[in-house]
Structure formats: C-alpha cells, structure tokens
Write a protein that binds this ligand. Sequence first.
Ligand SMILES: Cc1cc2nc3c(=O)[nH]c(=O)nc-3n(C[C@H](O)[C@H](O)[C@H](O)COP(=O)(O)OP(=O)(O)OC[C@H]3O[C@@H](n4cnc5c(N)ncnc54)[C@H](O)[C@@H]3O)c2cc1C
Length: 494
Amino acid sequence: MPSPVRKFTMAAISNSLSLKQGPSLRTPLTGPHSSSTSSLGFRTIHRRCYAAFSNENREYVIVGGGNAAGYAARTFVEHGMADGRLCIVTKEAYAPYERPALTKAYLFPHDKKPARLPGFHTCVGSGGERQTPEWYQEKGIEMLYEDPVKNIDIEKQTLTTNSGKLLKYSSLIIATGCTASRFPEKIGGNLSGVHYIRDVADADALILSLEKAKKVVVVGGGYIGMEVAAAAVAWKLDTTIIFPEDHLLQRLFTPSLARRYEELYQKNGVKILKGASIKNLEAGSNGHVAAVKLGDGSIVEADTVIIGIGAKPAVSPFERVGLNKDVGGIQVDGQFRTSIPGIFAIGDVAAFPLKIYDRTARVEHVDHARRSAQHCVKALLSAQTHNYDYLPYFYSRVFEYEGSPRKVWWQFFGDNVGETVEIGNFDPKIASFWIESGKLKGVLLESGSPEEFQLLPKLARSQPPIDKAKLQNATSVEQALDIARESLQVEAAV
Ligand SMILES: Cc1cc2nc3c(=O)[nH]c(=O)nc-3n(C[C@H](O)[C@H](O)[C@H](O)COP(=O)(O)OP(=O)(O)OC[C@H]3O[C@@H](n4cnc5c(N)ncnc54)[C@H](O)[C@@H]3O)c2cc1C
C-alpha cells in the first residue's frame, strides 16, 4: 500500500494538471485559526494546516461500490490512473462484488457449497481478477465503506456523506445502482420475516430466515422471484410463487416459453399462483409475517416472504444532475456524461442512448454495468470519443445446486419485438427467435453449447433478414441455429 504522503502528493500533482473534465482543483490547506501573543507582544496567527476534506484521493470519486464501480476501478488501474487518484465511497461494508450471485449460489443450502465473499468480488464474473479489499489498497484506491453520500454541492464539487465527511472531487462517477421496490408498511411490507434482496446484508438476513422457515412465499414472477423460488426449494421448503401476470417473466418470455419453465418449477416442487394480486401481508401474534392475503380474499400461509417486484434507480442526492422522466435514472450521453461537466453516471442508474434501437434506455443487468463502466472510464481517461453502442443481453441461471435434477441457463440478446418462432422441446434445449418486418431482432437460447451462445450476439447485432417459414420447419435447435447462421452469411454476401 503506498504511503498516504505519496498518495497525497500524486493527487495534488494530478489535480493541478488541466483535466479533461471539470476545472482543476487544489487542496485547500486552510483551517480554523487560533491566536496567541508572543513574548515580544506581537499577536501571532497560528494556522492549523489540515485538509478540510476527508478523502486523500480527490481527482476521481465514484459514488457506489457495486458491479459498475468494480469494473470502473479495474479500468482506472489499466490506465495507470488509480493510484493516489481514485476514491470509491459506498453504502455497503464490502468491496464491489458480482451482485447476481446473491440470488444464485449465495442462496444454496449450507450443504451445497454456497458462494461467499471474497469468492465473487468483481471482476470474477467476466473471468477477471478477484478484486478483494486488499487489491484496492495495493492499487492505491481509497475505499470509504458504509458511508452513503447524502449531499452534493455541484458548484464547489464536494459531496457530504452520512457520517458528515466532506469529500472533494474533480471528476465524479455516479454508480449508485437501484434499490429494491418495497411493499408499503401499511400492507405489511416491513413485517419481520418479509425480505427484499439487493445486497449481501439482505441475502444474509434471508438465509437466517430460510434456516428456520417452513413455508416460503415469493412475490413476483420476474428474474429475482424465479431465482429465489428455485433456491427455496433447494432448502426443501414449501414454496409458492405469486405474481399478477399471466405467466413467468412476462417482460421477456412468450407464453409458450414461460409454460416450459413453469412446468420445470412445478416439477421441482414450486407452487405457482398466477394472475393473483396481493391485498396485504398478515402478522401472527408474535408480529412475524404469518400469511399472504390475496386480492380474492384467499390466504396463503407463510413464515418467510420474499418480495421481488422490481427496483428503482437510486438517484438521490443527484437529482439536480438531470433525470430522465420516461425511463427514470440520470440522463447521460453516449459517453456517460451528464449535463454537468465532470459528472458521469453508469450502470443501472444511467439513462443512456441505446444506439442500436435509437431510443433512451436504462438497463438493469450486469453486462451493461460492466460495459458502461469500462466505456465511461476510457472516455474520461483516454482519447476514446466513440459513443457507447450496447446490444441488450440478459441471462439467468436456476436450479444449479449440487444434486439438482436439471441445471437451467438461458441467454437472450437483442430486442423482444415482433412475432416469435420457438424451436425445441426444452428438454434438452429450446430456442426462441423474435422476427419483425422479416428481420431477426432477438434470440433466446436455453441450455446451448458455448459455440451456440457465441452466435446469439452476432445474430442480434446484424438483424439479418430471415426465412420465417424455413425456421419454423426446423426439427431441432441446432438446425434452427444453422438456418440463422446461414442468414448471416447471406446478408454478408449481399
Ligand atoms: C439479487 C440480484 C440478482 C441479479 N441477477 C442478475 C442476473 O442474473 N443477470 C443480470 O444480468 N443482472 C442481474 N442483476 C442485476 C445486476 O446485478 C445489476 O444490473 C448490477 O449490479 C448493476 O450494477 P451497478 O453498479 O449499477 O449497481 P449496484 O451493483 O447495485 O451497485 C450500486 C452500489 O451503490 C451503493 N449506493 C447506492 N446509493 C449510494 C449512495 N448514496 N452513496 C454510496 N453508495 C451508494 C449501493 O449500496 C451499491 O453498493 C441482479 C441484481 C440483483 C439485486
């Protein structure tokens, strides 16, 4: 770990350089004054020479210590611009980690080798180095843990944390992610035994509940609900998943695709209540959650309830930086610059131009968190000027624990618009192709081989014209993928 003196010196030197973003800053050394009178009768002013700011590394500050922050830190290191210059301030007690693990291997029962930190610090999710707290120290990156930023003074380029620390920045990257949407308190959203899952502390609390649980209700049929329900049955718990839509993952799955997954969940012991609204969560005499009351008045008993009903971008206290009213989050351009010079936003919280579909989007998926972080830091530190050109990619993995009858892993690339063609019987694999105006727009593959998965982004990026009738007649997923691959070649030849 470099000495604080060295770090301070480097920060001062680099801050005095003209930076690409935002005005340069100097470290103010003035503090409160005190006075005394010398033996010669002169009044001497003693100036306490201390820095008013709590962060030694003041050139670059990242607020938020999640997925995007971890990948941003790596990119700073790759450019030789981390040591003594970068400070990360985070609400959590942990160095950045691969958040998706929390509803996957983290929730495995104790006898099925659950994942624990430091095992899944960023950037292991993409095959990179495991950046432990020691890694940040070695790289001269200043980490401020468990101290959320509460205020920003845009004019003075300062931040104030919950504990009252005043931080200075020259360039600021907002990487605050999302917070889990909650049920209101008046319908039981804060009862003991009711869980939301966004960070390690939430996952640890859920595990304590699962250890004692008998009846689990999962509210929400999206990614989080599906992953948590799959985990709960691994604990051999009576598990019901409840959601208002007609089928699982309505945002992406077609009804027919969802039916395959629903059958698999039921085979694994998960009960499914669809098209059901929640009236309220009811407490037992001990104040702990005891049941879920549905809109039709029926009751589902539960001692543990997990709510997975979506997330909201964590924009506070950065509202003045400029929000997007349609998709939420902080508006940025193709290089993740906000409307304020020197302030950037990345990951879940950023509303960015999704160039490929010519619309503004916010993407709450880890691939975008990683890529946006890398793109933003490169644009900040190097001559890179091209705009971010993201291809939407979502994935999920369920029933992966040891002894599971079937491990399931799907990937989706592109846009789920237009009509669909579904090929395969799900066992052993299935593919779904989205076609609009004769062009292939999106593709989902379940249980593909690595080579097959590699084809998907090429297809979704090129959007080749495709012969729908030919695709529909494919007798296997392999054949359907061959037809799609050929359409790529035909397009390239034209
Ligand atoms: C349980 C779970 C499972 C997921 N599974 C998948 C998956 O299978 N596939 C997939 O593609 N995506 C998945 N995601 C989404 C993915 O994890 C996110 O897209 C990704 O973490 C976003 O990275 P981020 O850095 O923008 O935000 P985050 O990783 O959420 O990090 C934000 C950080 O900022 C901190 N913070 C917030 N406000 C402040 C503040 N004011 N001051 C300081 N710190 C602050 C937070 O505490 C947090 O540490 C999952 C998400 C969750 C919660």
